[in-house]
Design a protein around this ligand. Structure first.
Ligand SMILES: N[C@@H](CCC(=O)N[C@@H](CS)C(=O)NCC(=O)O)C(=O)O
Length: 205
C-alpha cells in the first residue's frame, strides 16, 4: 500500500503516528508541512486535509486526518502487524480512555494555534503562556500518574496507543521546561519507551 504521512518534526500528534508506523514496520513517504510557516493553512495542504492540522495520512482510499483515527486504522488495515489496541473490549476501552485523556483533554490546550492566540490576539506575555502551558500539563499528568501501575507501559504489559500519546506529550513538556519529578510512574514509562527502536527512530530530534 502506498502511504504518505504529512508530518511536522516537532508535532506531538505526528510523532504518535511515526512511532506507530515504526512499531508496525509499515513504510510511508514523509511529506513535511512547516507549521511555523503556516503551510498547514495553505490550499496546497488544506485541499488534501481540510482539517488543516498535521498529521494526515494519504492512503489508497483517501486522506485520513486525526492521529488516533490513523493509528486505529493502521491496526485494522494491517492486521498482521503488532497491535496497538490489543486485548478484549475492556482493555481496548482502557487504552482509548487514557489516550483521549492526553490527546483530547491535554494536547489541544497547548497547541500552537492556542498558544499563538494567547500571546497574539489576547496580548498575553510569554510568562503567562508558560504558566498556562504548565497548568494544563500538571492537571493532566497528576490524573494520569494516579491511574498508572508499576508497569513499563501505560496499560498492561505491552506497548499500546496510550504510550504513543504519553511519550510525545512528555517531549513537549520537557521542551517547555515542565518539572516532571512529581510523576515517577510516568517518567519510568518514558525511560523504558525511549529505549525502544520504534521511539528512537521517531523522535523529533
Ligand atoms: N487531534 C489532532 C491534533 C492535530 C494537531 O493539533 N496538530 C498540531 C501539531 S501537534 C497542528 O497541526 N498544529 C497547527 C496549528 O495549531 O496551527 C490529532 O490528533 O491529529
Amino acid at each position: 500500500m502506498n502511504l504518505v504521512l504529512h508530518n511536522y518534526v516537532r508535532s506531538t500528534a505526528a510523532y504518535r503516528v511515526r512511532i506507530a508506523l515504526n512499531y508496525k514496520d509499515i513504510a510511508a513517504v514523509v511529506s513535511d508541512v512547516d507549521l511555523l510557516k503556516g503551510e498547514q493553512t495553505q490550499a496546497q495542504y488544506t485541499d488534501k486535509n481540510p482539517q488543516g492540522l498535521v498529521p494526515a495520512l494519504e492512503t489508497p482510499q483517501g486522506v485520513l486526518a486525526q492521529s488516533l483515527a490513523i493509528i486505529e486504522w493502521l491496526d485494522e488495515a494491517y492486521p498482521e502487524t503488532p497491535k496497538l489496541l490489543p486485548g478484549d473490549a475492556w482493555q481496548r476501552a482502557q487504552i482509548r480512555s487514557l489516550s483521549y485523556a492526553i490527546a483530547c483533554d491535554m494536547h489541544p490546550l497547548n497547541n500552537l494555534r492556542v498558544l499563538k492566540y494567547l500571546t497574539g490576539q489576547l496580548g498575553q506575555p510569554e510568562p503567562v503562556k508558560t504558566q498556562w502551558y504548565h497548568h494544563w500539563l500538571a492537571q493532566g499528568f497528576q490524573k494520569i500518574e494516579s491511574t498508572l501501575s508499576e508497569s513499563h507501559y501505560c496499560i498492561g504489559e505491552t506497548l499500546t496507543m496510550a504510550d504513543l500519546c504519553l511519550i510525545p506529550q512528555l517531549f513537549n513538556a520537557r521542551r517547555f521546561e515542565f518539572d516532571l519529578t512529581p510523576y515517577p510512574k510516568i517518567t519510568a514509562i518514558e525511560k523504558h519507551c525511549l529505549g525502544l527502536t520504534c521511539f528512537k527512530n521517531a523522535k523529533p530530534a
